[in-house]
Design a protein around this ligand. Structure first.
Ligand code: FE2
Length: 234
């Protein structure tokens, strides 16, 4: 598994290995096959290669969330959102560490990047790229989109952890079950908090805008939204 606490993106120059695919080739010393991954979570009756690919993709989702929170933090002018994004960035960093540790304990090779992980990087970076369109919107609208990005990203975080929780229920091997449950216990709290915060904040912002009389100055309107969002601060 990757040492992603220290690395923003695991690429060839830092030793990434990958499973060759229909459009991906890798030199022999960088190629990982299902045969190499078959011992992941050995004895637990799980498809080891698939679990390795999923865990790497889950870690990468959290890793790219760090980038997303950094980008959102630099875009917003709203101090309440700024502080929420900073705190969520720390949680995402911790989540990467939890996934990294879990993967290594289950036998996922260090610096292995799964095809599912690379596609997760693509998906999440396109979401952040949508900030390029923020020049076409006022500050409050851009902030709404930022909160929606958190909502979409946090949904995936929660779904990933719930998948691990379900897997833990099914596994007979006590050691593997314990590792999975331990990770789930650490991950789920902050992830649920991010999701609930995003849903509440989006609703508050939207309701404020919807109830704002047409013709009022945008500044008063933005101040109103900031004041309301204070009520759902992290
Ligand atoms: Fe997350």
């Amino acid at each position: 598994m990757t040492d992603m606490l220290d690395l923003t993106r695991v690429t060839a120059d830092v030793g990434a290995t990958i499973k060759p695919g229909p459009m991906v080739t890798a030199p022999p010393d960088r190629a990982v096959t299902d045969d190499v991954l078959k011992n992941v979570a050995e004895g637990a009756g799980i498809n080891g290669p698939l679990l390795a690919d999923l865990l790497v993709a889950m870690a990468i989702h959290e890793n790219t969330s760090i980038n997303m929170y950094r980008a959102l933090r630099s875009y917003t002018l709203n101090p309440m959102l700024h502080s929420a994004f900073s705190s969520f960035e720390q949680d995402a960093l911790e989540a990467v560490g939890i996934y990294t540790e879990l993967g290594q304990e289950l036998g996922v090779p260090k610096y292995y990047i799964s095809p599912a992980g690379r596609m997760t990087e693509g998906l999440n970076s396109h979401m952040v790229m949508s900030l390029l369109a923020s020049g076409s919107a006022d500050a409050v609208t851009a902030d709404m989109k930022a909160v929606e990005m958190v909502m979409l990203g946090a949904n995936m975080c929660v779904a990933n952890t719930m998948l691990l929780a379900e897997l833990a229920e099914e596994v007979d091997d006590d050691h593997v079950k314990g590792l999975l449950m331990d990770a789930v216990g650490k991950l789920i709290g902050p992830q649920r908090h991010h999701l609930e915060w995003a849903i509440d904040t989006r609703r508050t912002m939207a309701m404020t805008m919807l109830q704002h009389p047409v013709g009022h100055k945008l500044l008063t309107f933005a101040e109103n939204v900031v004041a309301k969002v204070k009520g759902v601060a992290p």
